[in-house]
Design a protein around this ligand. Structure first.
Ligand SMILES: Nc1ncnc2c1ncn2[C@@H]1O[C@H](COP(=O)(O)OP(=O)(O)O)[C@@H](O)[C@H]1O
Ligand SMILES: [Mg+2]
Length: 383
């Protein structure tokens, strides 16, 4: 697989930049489908060609790293001296220059069908549903979207990996709301995910220990269609607050999954490729069999309820080409599928370290290769 930069002709550079400038850079780069490192390189090149530039406020700066073509960094440092500015100021001015030369291409979207809904699923455990859904949510929030992550797996891995406790069995919960057993406001259960450049835009609806009962209770409910529509009904209010709602699904194909799939269907009047299912897979043989079962379940649901569920694409996770033919040929078979491969995430230590430290990956190691790929996946999802 190709790295987002060639280590041979780029060098890592670090500068202290104020958080607002970093965020603006990430949002604009995402809007323009440009890599951050290419945006910075373009800014530096333009800045070098200028005589001078007005001062940019760099107070409150914290560490930001990126990769510049070798030589450009030296040129920038050299040019700072005669202009009597610090290197951090030179970087800040270069980025400001790039931002000012690129206006935002998108007017605020007009929503008529609620938030976009992305369901991350696969009944196989350990393939990376939780890691990838959380990473994509962070990347979307970093690019300026308001994002809600729902821990829809009774095991509560997402909740715990982000450093939160699961809701107690006696507390209000999403499952109780879905079953009509809760009085309170669902919004009161949300917690903010802190850190990183997505702060203030990313929220979590934690899992509750009662979610284990959800499947059985949905199965025995007598109300017609409640099995499939239970989630959609309780989410209506919250949808107004968010651009994206992301579900990290359990590794199972029960009613809980049906209600998630129904929630991700293409609604009437909704444009294609706004909502749907993202299937996280691995490049090995059993992943293909697992996908066939999930695809059958989706077909049945679509036939029964006369709905459409868009497969947004596959994310091939935990990829390691050193596994040889099995890995490369399995990857090829995912790439041969009708639906797109949204990204290939290599098996790298940063993801496991972030989980161990209970930190979001894009806050723990914002510039690592996995983080860059998750941003690309988020951009492809936004179309
Ligand atoms: N790309 C990756 N590189 C390294 N470790 C990963 C990667 N993706 C996931 N992991 C690790 O694999 C384990 C299972 O991932 P997880 O996201 O919990 O899978 P799932 O939700 O499908 O059960 C976790 O410990 C996670 O940290
Ligand atoms: Mg999981």
């Amino acid at each position: 697989m190709t790295a987002p930069y060639s280590p041979d002709d780029r060098q890592k550079v670090v500068a202290k930049l104020p958080p607002e400038l970093r965020r603006e850079l990430k949002v604009r780069a995402a809007e323009l489908d440009t890599d951050i490192q290419d945006a910075v390189a373009a800014g530096v090149t333009s800045w070098l060609a200028l005589e001078s530039h007005h001062t940019v406020d760099t107070s409150g700066g914290s560490s930001f790293s990126t990769y510049l073509p070798t030589g450009l960094y030296e040129e920038l440092k050299r040019a700072c001296k005669p202009r009597k500015v610090s290197y951090n100021q030179g970087m800040a001015q270069s980025i400001r220059l790039w931002l000012d030369s690129k206006s935002s291409p998108r007017p605020a979207p007009v929503r008529t069908t609620g938030a976009c809904r992305l369901v991350f699923g696969n009944q196989k455990g350990g393939v990376g549903k939780t890691s990838v859904s959380a990473g994509v949510a962070q990347a979307l929030a970093e690019s300026g979207k308001r994002v809600l992550l729902i821990d829809f797996d009774p095991q509560g891995h997402l909740t715990r990996q982000l450093g939160y406790a699961m809701l107690d069995i006696d507390e209000a919960s999403l499952a109780k709301h879905m079953l009509g057993d809760a009085e309170s406001d669902l919004q009161a259960l949300l917690v903010p995910i802190k850190g990183g450049d997505f702060e203030d835009r990313l929220w979590l609806l934690p899992a509750c220990k009662d979610a284990f009962l959800l499947d059985a209770k949905l199965a025995t409910t007598r109300a017609v269609r409640i099995k499939e529509t239970a989630l959609e009904r309780v989410m209506a209010e919250l949808e107004r607050e968010f651009d994206y709602i992301i579900l990290d699904c359990p590794p199972s194909l029960g009613y809980t999954m049906d209600t998630a799939l129904y929630y991700g269907r293409t609604r009437e009047g909704e444009k294609p490729r706004k909502s749907g299912i993202v299937i996280v897979v691995q490049a090995e043989d059993t992943s293909g069999d697992a996908y066939d079962m999930l695809a059958d379940q989706m077909d049945d649901l679509c036939d029964d309820l006369k709905i459409e569920i868009e497969v947004m694409g596959f994310v091939v996770n935990l990829y390691d080409a050193r596994n040889g033919f099995i890995a490369t040929s399995s990857l090829q078979s995912w790439q041969n599928m009708e639906e797109p491969v949204l990204g290939v995430v290599p098996e790298l230590k940063e993801q496991r370290e972030a989980v161990r430290r209970k930190e979001p990956l894009l806050a723990y190691e914002p510039d690592c290769e996995q983080a860059q790929i998750l941003r690309k996946i988020a951009r492809r999802i936004q179309g």
